[in-house]
Design a binder for this molecule. Structure first.
Ligand code: GLN
Length: 307
């Protein structure tokens, strides 16, 4: 398939897209993003790569890192993880506190803020140097040793992280946080601050399209069964209260972040990353979702069957 041409077709169709949305401003460091940036990158099972637009520029991956921390914690503690965090779609915003009270401090899933904070608590308990170990994990998956945290973004989030403070304190009160709340939150903010390009992002997630094997060195990151679980969680929870809409329109497991990035997986076929910083009211990239909808429609590739 001529993916390069398909990207050009999508970009042409989206030239007059007028629901570009707004860049995230609740984290001051993200407010500087240029809403006109747009990039798409595809890595296929055969190792071919296709690109379009701003694909080398780094952006803040934000909540996309929640999948990577989930994978890391799952590797460390296995199924014990599910005693601390659920696997149900939340149907509510990524930073909603409401369900946490009803569910006695057990977050609905690992891809909302509360769930990712519990995952960070597990990393703090399990690892001597979680910052170093985690970034090394991401670097190995991406094949890019220069991927790093952005101190400025992490600090910016810390200064206005009142809601995340509320989440962790509520969970601590229910006994679902083992460590010092500031230590755990600091790790959480750092994971959100990781920066990479569309190219890095598509490459990093390719192991989830290959039954858990890193295509760069064939290292097994997860078993096929564990990989299925992560992909299922992405399909059901990757877009918060827009997860149903994403499955409905795009039909792939994926994950978004308020930096405007989205990554999606077609098992055994490809990993695709899109970046467009303008967000819709659910905090997901507006143009990014549209671009992926067009992509899976044109290529007839989605997990529910040809269209
Ligand atoms: N760092 C952001 C927060 O905690 C992540 C949110 C997101 O990308 N949806 O609010």
């Amino acid at each position: 398939m001529n993916y390069k041409e398909i990207f050009e077709q999508i970009s042409k169709e989206l030239r007059d897209f007028d629901e570009i949305g707004q860049v995230a401003t609740y984290i001051p460091a993200l407010a500087k993003a240029n809403p006109n940036k747009f990039g798409m990158y595809l890595v296929t099972e055969e190792g071919h790569e296709y690109d379009h637009g701003d694909i080398h520029e780094n952006f803040s991956i934000q909540s996309i890192s929640k999948v990577l921390s989930l994978v890391y914690a799952f590797k460390l503690v296995g199924t014990d993880l599910w005693r601390r965090v659920g696997v149900e779609p939340s149907g509510s915003p990524f930073n909603s506190l409401v369900q946490l009270e009803y569910e006695q401090g057990i977050p609905r899933n690992p891809l909302i803020n509360a769930g990712a904070i519990v995952v960070c608590d597990i990393l703090v308990s399990q690892l001597k140097n979680p910052y170093h170990d985690f970034i090394e994990f991401v670097r190995k998956l991406s094949g890019n040793p220069s991927i790093d945290y952005c101190k400025e973004t992490a600090q910016s989030e810390k200064e206005c992280g009142f809601k995340n403070n509320a989440h962790i304190n509520l969970m601590k009160s229910y006994g679902n946080i083992e460590n010092d709340v500031d230590e755990v939150l600091d790790l959480y903010f750092h994971l959100c601050s990781i920066e990479m390009s569309c190219k890095d992002l598509a490459q990093t997630f390719m192991f989830l399209a290959r039954s858990g094997k890193n295509p760069l060195n064939n290292e097994r990151i997860l078993t096929a069964q564990e990989t299925k679980r992560i992909n299922a969680i992405m399909l059901l929870c990757g877009f918060y209260d827009e997860a149903g809409e994403f499955a409905f329109k795009v039909g792939l497991p994926g994950k978004s972040g308020v930096g405007g990035g989205i990554v999606a997986i077609y098992p055994d076929q490809y990993s695709i990353a899109v970046w467009s910083p303008g967000l819709n009211s659910k905090g997901n990239s507006s143009k990014g979702i549209k671009a992926l909808e067009l992509f899976t429609t044109i290529t007839q590739s989605n997990v529910f069957g040809p269209t």
